[in-house]
Every structure is written in C-alpha cells, then in structure tokens.
Design a protein around this ligand. Structure first.
Ligand SMILES: [Zn+2]
Ligand SMILES: [Zn+2]
Length: 309
C-alpha cells in the first residue's frame, strides 16, 4: 500500500500482508541506529521535545512521574530512556500514542513491560491489535506483544494533571489516520500534532486507515484557532513550528489538492498526472525530505477519486 508506515515496514523487510506497491514508493534506508542521536529540545515549563529518526516525542516531567507522547522506533528505546532520565529522575508513568504508525509506537512494548500505562484512541488500539495478527517475527514491527497494546482508550478526549500543568489529549476527526490524537500542554502553550502535520515537507496520509486530504486541510483551521502568536507546535516530524507555519502548510496542501482535482476533471490518469510534473514549483520548498511528489500525487489522486460523487 501507499503509506509511509507500510513503506517503513517494507524497509525492514517484515512480512505483514502488504499489498503491492503500485507506484514509485518512497525508499527509506534505515539509519545506523548506533549513530542516530536522540536530541533534547527544552521548550520550558517542563516540556521537552525529543527529536530523532522517527516521530517527535513530547515529554512532560513532574514530581509525580513523566508523561510521554509517542515512543519512537524500538532501536532507539535505550536512547529515549537515557534522554528522559537526563530530564527527570522520575519514572515514565504514562504514554500517549498519537496514532498507530511504527515510528511512533515502536517503543510501546518496552514501556508497557516497564509498567507504563499506554493511552490511545480506540482506532489506534484496533489498528495495533489488527497489525499484531500478522504474526510478525519477534523483534520486527507489530510482532505479537500484549505489553505493546494500549490499555486506556480515549474516545473524545482526556486531561492529565501533572507537574502542576494541564495536558489535554484530543481525538480529532480523521486526518492522517482515523485515530489521530493531538496533545495540548495548556500552561506551556505547546501543541503536539502527531503526523497530522509535518514541518517543512509534504505530508503522508494513511488512507487505508481512514486518513483523508480534506481532513488534513480542515484540521489546520482547528490547529490555527487553538494557537496564539507564541504557541509552539511540536510536529510529527521536523523542527518546532508556529501557527504561521501551519497556515502556510495548509495553503500548500490546498494547492496540491486543487491541482490534482483539476487533472481528474480533465480526465487524466494517475500516471499522466505524475508525468505532468504538476508540483515542480512546490517541490523546491516541500519536496526535499521523506515524501516526494509522485508519492503525494498518488495519495491525493486516489483519495479524490474515491470520494468523487
Ligand atoms: Zn511519523
Ligand atoms: Zn504516521
């Protein structure tokens, strides 16, 4: 299939029931884990962002223990733990999964075994349970592991009261997947978006698990409204952003959507669309990272086709 998560699974040659990749897929070379740092960005108010190869992690440390939002690749688990220990001597007690993709939940099993309580949406839990039915080999993504399955499911939202602060976890309408949670560190004025927002490059949208381009575009209005001029935004991938970055991103994605819609209206096939290089001007700014234009065009083409009347 077409999603980054599936491609990442392919990249580690794991045997999930993966459909044939029908277009030039994104080629991911896994890094040398020993040489991959986990970098700590101190955002104040006890909130930190850990940045590395996979999805960004949010950390809130208090005397009562530590809350983590997302859990990285398992190969980076020891480095994540070391970074958290550097921030606080308190144990990790709670872990929120923003969504089910491996670069965000790969560390769940180790945290679960250590007694950390894992929270997710109902959908994310269901996707993890379903993926584990693939009976992948131990040590590979979504290998059966009861400790890696979220224990608490969030329907609309939940609030944590930790470190003298309020952390709102909000289940938003389908965007990157159908089970996305975004997290708001209220007093610190920080929002963590999971993969509903990448800072600086094209998005990935997991259509087989309910993601939609129109949901992504609509969510940026919500994120913008939730943000003030000084709000820091922890994206799924990329450096810390602000609300203007979200607005600009929405404009880019709307433009991509409009161009693809026009091509569909003109009767172009997906191959013709890709061959016409409709995003060359946008590529300069947005096409230089994980997601390249042919992949994004394929996702948006199929999404709009599927939702045509
Ligand atoms: Zn991700
Ligand atoms: Zn993702």
């Amino acid at each position: 299939m077409k999603t980054l998560a599936r491609t990442l699974v392919l990249a580690c040659s794991c045997l999930l029931s993966v459909a044939a990749v029908s277009r030039p897929s994104e080629k991911f070379t896994l890094p040398d884990w020993n040489k991959t740092p986990v970098e700590d960005r101190d955002l104040g108010h006890g909130v930190h962002m850990l940045e590395s190869f996979g999805g960004n992690i949010g950390v809130l440390a208090g005397d009562e223990g530590v809350l983590l939002v997302d859990a990285e690749w398992p190969q980076l688990h020891d480095k994540v733990v070391a970074a958290v220990t550097h921030i606080s001597p308190q144990p990790v007690r709670y872990l929120v999964n923003t969504h089910w993709h491996w670069d965000h939940v790969g560390g769940d099993g180790s945290f679960g075994k250590a007694g950390v309580v894992i929270f997710s949406s109902e959908q994310t839990r269901e996707h993890i349970v379903e993926a584990q039915k693939g009976k992948a080999a131990p040590g590979t993504p979504y290998a059966p592991d009861a400790a890696a399955i979220p224990v608490v499911t969030v329907v609309n939202g939940v609030k944590f009261h930790l470190a003298g602060q309020t952390v709102e976890v909000i289940h938003v309408p389908p965007a990157h997947t159908d089970g996305d949670l975004i997290v708001r560190y209220v007093e610190a004025d920080i929002i963590q978006t999971g993969d509903t927002f990448f800072h600086g490059f094209y998005p990935d949208i997991d259509q087989p698990h309910g993601g939609t381009i129109d949901g992504m575009i609509a969510l940026y209005d919500t994120l913008y409204k939730m943000s003030g001029p000084n709000t820091r935004i922890i994206p799924g991938h990329g450096p810390v952003a602000n609300r203007d970055d979200v607005r600009e991103y929405q404009g880019m994605l709307r433009e991509v959507r409009n161009r693809v819609a026009k091509a569909i209206a003109a009767g172009m096939t997906e191959d013709q669309l890709v061959a016409s290089h409709p995003l060359d001007d946008l590529d300069k700014k947005w096409g230089g990272n994980l997601i390249k234009a042919p992949y994004l065009l394929g996702i948006v083409y199929e999404d709009l086709k599927a939702h045509q009347h």
